[in-house]
Design a protein around this ligand. Structure first.
Ligand SMILES: Cc1cc2nc3c(=O)[nH]c(=O)nc-3n(C[C@H](O)[C@H](O)[C@H](O)COP(=O)(O)OP(=O)(O)OC[C@H]3O[C@@H](n4cnc5c(N)ncnc54)[C@H](O)[C@@H]3O)c2cc1C
Length: 340
């Protein structure tokens, strides 16, 4: 990759779904792994690097004084299949939802509950994307990456990725260190439909068809998401701005004693997840605006940019929400997107 293809002083507004203005000092579209390896030249870079996918989980609060590497590595290959399962490798720059639909059309199942999540394949392992009872970490076999410090290629088996609720080693321990070039998925050729989530059950109950196919489940989930979440093309946002707090059962019992309607989702014997959206709504934030941004009126977990808000404006709103929730519930909400 010629260094001359590095662009300078590029607006990041078209590259983030919050639609906020920020400038990247340097910007490069990376279309192949080989080009990335050549760029790094067997060693790390001395400028800060940001790997960017679809920009649907990032809040820019200032210009980025380094090199943005936009992941445009494409390609989907079936590596192996038998009667029951299939291994599929997808380039990190592939659009996530398009990839999910590609798999469904070929009868490769397991990703249908993750339909319509914005972003790229390469970002999916970073926060272990999840929705409607499925997390992508359960469908990943291997993550292929380039170490931005050494320039060396690396492979991580799923059990080495520290996948947990909206976490992985790419988001926590090794944040910003690896460029994920491709992901290998292990999918099933036999549908195993996961429909336990209340929203999914209710939507399916309203459908006329008696048999449910994986494509039907995907369509149902897309319809639920279109109803509940703002489309970033029409109303700028980054999905859930806060994670649902994970707390001990004992802590949860105390909270439920004070707030009996607090929704609680058991994770295991020790830990439960509690609904951040409910707490934000309880504090009166649902539908409120602060300047040009606000809390989405139909889902309190989502912050939206009504047009013209800066990243700092959105951060000020987020901090005000955090302060209210902390004052009322004694819990500090953790943001989900990367804040830069
Ligand atoms: C309307 C809406 C709904 C959403 N719903 C969900 C949901 O249901 N579940 C869910 O989990 N998330 C959801 N999200 C969040 C978002 O879609 C996911 O986190 C998605 O995986 C981000 O992909 P991206 O390509 O846009 O990543 P970006 O926003 O570009 O990047 C996010 C982070 O990943 C890093 N990164 C990106 N690509 C790579 C790579 N190739 N290698 C290494 N690091 C990389 C970035 O540096 C950054 O830290 C939603 C967002 C929106 C706007």
């Amino acid at each position: 990759m010629a260094l001359s293809s590095i662009l300078e002083n590029i607006s990041l507004q078209p590259y983030n779904t919050f639609g906020v203005e920020a400038t990247a000092r340097c910007f490069l579209s990376v279309a192949t792994t080989e080009a990335l390896v050549a760029l790094l030249g067997g060693q790390g870079q001395d400028v800060p690097i940001l790997v960017l996918g679809g920009g649907s989980n990032i809040l820019f609060t200032r210009d980025f004084e380094g090199l943005v590497l936009k992941n445009d590595i494409l390609g989907i290959d079936v590596l192996a299949k038998d009667d029951r399962s299939v291994r599929v490798r997808a380039g990190g720059g592939e659009d996530w939802h398009t990839f999910v639909q590609w798999c469904l059309r070929r009868g490769f199942y397991g990703l249908e509950n993750l339909s319509l999540i914005p972003g790229t394949v390469g970002a999916a392992p970073v926060q272990n994307i999840g929705a409607y009872g499925v997390e992508v970490g359960d469908r990943i076999e291997t993550v292929e990456a380039i170490d931005l410090q050494s320039g060396e290629p690396c492979r991580f088996k799923a059990d080495a990725c520290d996948f947990a609720y909206r976490r992985s080693l790419f988001k926590d321990r090794f944040r910003g260190r690896f460029f994920i070039t491709a992901v290998i998925f292990k999918l099933s050729k036999q549908p195993q439909l996961i429909t336990a989530y209340a929203d999914v059950r209710h939507a399916l109950a309203e459908r006329k068809e008696t048999t449910l196919t994986p494509q039907g489940l995907s369509d149902t989930i897309c319809a639920i998401r279109r109803r509940k979440l703002p489309d970033p093309e029409k109303l700028a946002n980054a999905g859930s701005f806060f994670k649902n707090p994970v707390i001990s059962r004992q802590h949860c019992d105390e909270l439920v004693g004070r707030f009996p309607e607090l929704p609680v989702y058991p994770l295991d014997d020790q830990r439960v997840k509690i609904a951040a959206g409910w707490m934000i709504e309880y504090c009166g934030w649902k539908g409120r605006t602060l300047g040009a941004c606000g809390v989405y009126p139909h889902q309190a977990l989502v912050l939206v940019n009504y047009g013209g808000a800066s990243g700092r404006d959105i951060l000020i709103l987020a901090e005000a929400v955090q302060a209210s929730v902390e004052e009322t519930f004694g819990i500090r909400l953790e943001p989900e997107p990367l804040i830069l």
